[in-house]
Design a protein around this ligand. Structure first.
Ligand code: NAD
Length: 474
């Protein structure tokens, strides 16, 4: 049992002032794997006070000291590799290979990239008659979701540490144990007292407390648009700056000259990876009408290459994170059927032979119209909508006909058309032909997908205030 009933405040593990606990469930077995404490506002106040007290000295640390700290964190993170993979596989139900290649690696990349970027980061800019200096924003409150337990936490923490901002983190209740390992890492490498504080708890108490806390200067939130809106409203009462990383309904545009097999494989990988619980996943696949039959055939052929089952085995697709998420996904699949989309693969219910665990059938709908609910709302599960287009302009119009703008994908060969689509999709990150993940490239959304950018130098910028000094002595 992974029972972690303490919060980490001011460099120590301390008892919660409340007595409520939350049971964490392994979604593959439906069994309880441990417990956390649900913190109180009093716990949060203590954490914020510790971070405030740490601010004067941490904000004055040298670039070199912070680079060294981030490098030590990356090193110790690598030492804990097997445990990190184990914990993510257990709490999220992520297949071991994905826990390693995606989750473990992303966390590692954020710490090592922050150390690298910090070495050459420009904190002071001479602009002739004035100088602009960038200073740590103050105390940062971090609220993270369950779907990427190391990625979301690490990108925020690495950027805040690089900038010199102490933090208070509230991870998601569903997947809190990866953050416990991160905390142990910070403790081991000697992150100064009060610079990192962890308070577990519910969104209603600790999340709400962070976004409205008068002694928190900046809130970085990743999660759903509905909660993001609440965070922004709360933060407005104390004129706090916010960064919001929210949902998406990203398009993948397949061009006429694309390799159909490769494009179909890429499309399916989006709904298969992390069981489709990825904010930037391409969930609307846009294909030329003339390619319909050939593409649908390719999708059917590719689907079995992403087997569903026990995440401890060699499967590619694990369960959804919770029963609640399973029910949500089921209701969207039913909605798609009711709306008149054609079920090419999958459907409601559990895959054959997988009665225990929150497994869903990877589902592909064709003949989808962009105004259907399944094409407009974020499902956050293994469900793809295939839509057809006649012209590139129509494809771009459909791609942009969404309240979201987190990511976009384009597959094909003609350089001019690839460029046209890439520059016309209104989203914060576009990938052309399955380009490699780059931890230096900024990540964030247009429209209702959010405010701000994380990762690399753009991520560090979020934790800095800009001060203009006029008449700066030479
Ligand atoms: P969620 O919004 O339900 O919860 C996110 C976090 O907010 C959790 O820690 C939760 O406890 C907390 N929270 C809940 N109520 C709160 C409140 N009133 N005030 C403050 N905090 C509160 O989201 P989720 O279900 O955990 O995650 C899935 C969502 O996250 C999806 O919409 C997904 O697209 C989004 N997401 C976005 C990105 C991105 O980078 N854009 C990355 C991952 C996930």
């Amino acid at each position: 049992m992974r029972n972690h009933l303490k919060h980490y405040i001011n460099g120590e593990w301390i008892e919660s002032t409340g007595s409520e606990t939350h049971e964490v469930i392994n979604p593959a077995t439906e069994e309880v794997i441990g417990k956390i404490s649900l913190g109180t506002k009093e716990d949060l106040d203590k954490a914020v006070a510790a971070a405030r007290a740490a601010f004067p000295s941490f904000s004055q640390t040298s670039r070199e000291e912070r680079v060294e700290m981030l490098e030590k964190i990356a090193e110790e993170y690598a030492n804990r590799k097997e445990e990190i993979i184990d914990v993510i596989t257990e709490e999220l139900g992520s297949p071991r290979k994905i826990s390693e290649n995606v989750h473990y690696n992303m966390g590692y990349n954020h710490f090592s990239e922050a150390a690298k970027v910090l070495k050459d980061f420009t904190f002071s800019e001479d602009r002739g008659d004035h100088t602009v200096v960038k200073e740590p924003v103050g105390v940062s409150g971090l609220i993270t979701p369950w779907n990427f337990p190391t990625n979301q936490t690490s990108t925020k923490i690495a950027s805040a540490f690089a900038a010199g901002s102490p933090v208070v983190l509230k991870p998601a209740e569903l997947t809190p144990f990866a953050a416990i390992i991160l905390t142990e890492i910070f403790d081991k490498v000697g992150v100064p007292k009060g610079v990192f504080n962890l308070v577990n708890g519910t969104g209603e108490t600790i999340g709400d407390g962070i976004s409205s806390h008068p002694d928190i200067d900046f809130v970085s939130f990743t999660g759903s648009a509905a909660v993001g809106e609440k965070v922004m409203k709360n933060a407005s009462e104390t004129i706090k700056n916010v960064a919001l990383e929210l949902g998406g309904k990203s398009p993948l545009v397949v061009l006429e000259d694309a390799d159909v097999e490769k494009a179909a494989k890429a499309a399916v990988s989006h709904i298969a990876t992390n069981t489709g619980q990825v904010c930037s996943a391409a969930t609307r696949t846009l294909i030329p009408a003339s390619m319909k039959e050939e593409f649908e055939e390719a999708l059917k052929n590719v689907l079995p290459k992403f087997p569903v089952g026990d995440p401890q085995g060699k499967n590619y697709v694990g369960p959804l994170v919770s029963e609640k998420q399973w029910n949500t996904v089921q209701s969207y699949i039913q909605k798609g059927i009711d709306e008149g989309a054609t079920l090419l693969a999958g459907g409601t219910g559990k895959p054959e032979g997988l009665d225990k665990g929150y497994y869903a059938k990877p589902t592909i709908f064709t003949d989808v119209k962009n105004d259907m609910v399944i094409a407009q709302e974020e499902i956050f599960g293994p469900v793809m909508c295939v839509l057809t287009y006649e012209t590139i302009d129509e494809a771009i119009e459909i791609a942009n006909d969404t309240v979201y703008g987190l990511a976009g994908y384009v597959f094909g060969n003609d350089g001019d058309t690839l460029r046209k689509v890439a520059t016309s999709i209104r989203a914060g990150r576009i990938k052309v032909n399955n380009a490699e993940l780059d931890p230096a490239a900024p990540f964030g959304g247009y429209k209702q997908s959010g405010i701000g950018r994380e990762w690399g130098d753009y991520g560090i910028e979020e934790y800095l205030e800009k001060k203009a000094i006029l008449g700066y002595p030479a």
